[in-house]
Write a protein that binds this ligand. Structure first.
Ligand SMILES: *[C@@H]1O[C@H](CO)[C@@H](O)[C@H](O)[C@H]1NC(C)=O
Ligand SMILES: *[C@@H]1O[C@H](CO)[C@@H](O)[C@H](O)[C@H]1NC(C)=O
Length: 334
């Protein structure tokens, strides 16, 4: 029996363990302009996705589709007049990053980042609300109270993500420096809860501390902290060393505020992190991810990636979606 079945079984094992499953591919409509995506489905079945970026024509592009794999159409922007946050002499009011969208009661909350410059830890997280997700429906509430100033804060206040633990709202955030933090928000989550302090939930002590784009997702009895590690951007002018490009890792904890550990038991404030998705086949540098509980597919991991068959430009990055299973206790793309 062994001799008969050994070869096909080994072939099957190596086929399923050596590579990652390809994304549910977007093949029509607008698949790119997907950097740091946020994905949500409205009750009428329309999918909305949001991404980093803006111009004087508006900040944070919106794309809509009738199905999760598209075709996606451009549907305006979240803040057509830019953010009303009055920092950096207004120079960054259209340059908003890393949207995060969730529904709280009957209202959608979208958190966005504004930074003095790429790689500078003077930053703030703003919030806008809408009842419909459509362009023209958003009210900019301005600063959430999560912000950082070089020399005063230990983190860079970008890449916010809202999670509810059944009692309270928390916003996780962070990028490089001392990496990822979480802070309790007021209810409704328009501002930081008064008197709450930020707690570090993940940190890579070595190298450039490249860890960002936190996303906390509750599944079963655990909170799963997803984050991106490595070089996010600019692959054309500044190619990443092999393996140094973006990839997606996860940790888990029984409480939203941690302590988080990886699959091997390493503390995630000591460099822990279990890889969920990295470059494979024609997918390169996946990251900026989130997790969405799709009514028909169940939990899906959504992210941006370079399609190596198309090009490595930041604007060429495509939306990637994979179903996720947690059957082993850890997230696995299927
Ligand atoms: C960050 O903000 C501080 C305080 O306003 C300022 O002194 C510093 O020059 C800023 N950093 C950069 C790189 O712009
Ligand atoms: C912010 O960045 C500056 C410049 O890299 C650094 O000197 C400072 O320590 C950072 N802030 C903190 C507290 O991490």
């Amino acid at each position: 029996m062994w001799k008969t079945f050994a070869f096909p079984l080994l072939a099957l094992l190596s086929a399923t363990t050596s590579a990652y499953v390809n994304p549910i591919e977007c093949t029509s409509g607008i698949c790119n302009n997907a950097h740091d995506p946020a994905l949500i489905r409205r009750d009428d079945g329309t999918y909305f996705r949001f991404s980093t970026g803006g111009s004087t024509a508006g900040a944070i592009p919106i794309f809509t589709a009738k199905a999760i794999n598209g075709p996606w159409s451009a549907a305006g922007t979240v803040l057509p007049s830019g953010s009303n946050i009055n920092r950096y002499n207004g120079a960054k009011k259209f340059d908003l990053w890393a949207p995060d969208v969730s529904k709280v009661g009957d209202t959608y909350y979208l958190y966005y980042s504004m930074s003095q410059a790429f790689g500078v830890n003077n930053s703030t997280i703003g919030v806008a609300t809408s009842k419909t997700l459509e362009t023209g429906s958003w009210t900019d509430l301005g600063e959430s109270g999560v912000s950082s100033t070089a020399g005063k804060s230990s983190y860079n206040a970008i890449d916010g993500n809202l999670v509810f633990d059944g009692t309270d709202y928390y916003l996780s955030f962070g990028s490089f420096w001392n990496d990822l933090y979480t802070v309790k928000m007021a209810n409704p989550p328009k501002k930081v809860a008064s008197g709450s302090t930020s707690k570090q939930i993940a940190y890579v002590p070595t190298g450039s501390h490249s860890q960002e784009a936190s996303y906390v997702y509750k599944y079963g009895s655990y909170y799963y902290l997803f984050f991106s590690v490595g070089q996010c951007c600019d692959y054309i002018n500044n190619p990443a060393a092999k393996g140094a490009e973006y990839k997606i890792q996860a940790c888990r904890a029984s409480s939203v505020t941690g302590p988080y550990t990886d699959k091997s038991g390493t503390s995630c404030t000591s460099g822990g992190g279990t890889t969920v998705l990295e470059s494979h086949d024609w997918v390169y540098g996946p990251g900026g991810q989130g997790v969405y509980s799709d009514p028909s597919l169940g939990p899906v991991l959504y992210y941006h990636y370079v399609d190596t068959r198309i090009g490595y430009g930041d604007g060429q990055k495509k939306i990637g979606i994979n179903k996720l299973t947690f059957s082993s206790g850890w997230p696995v793309v299927v």
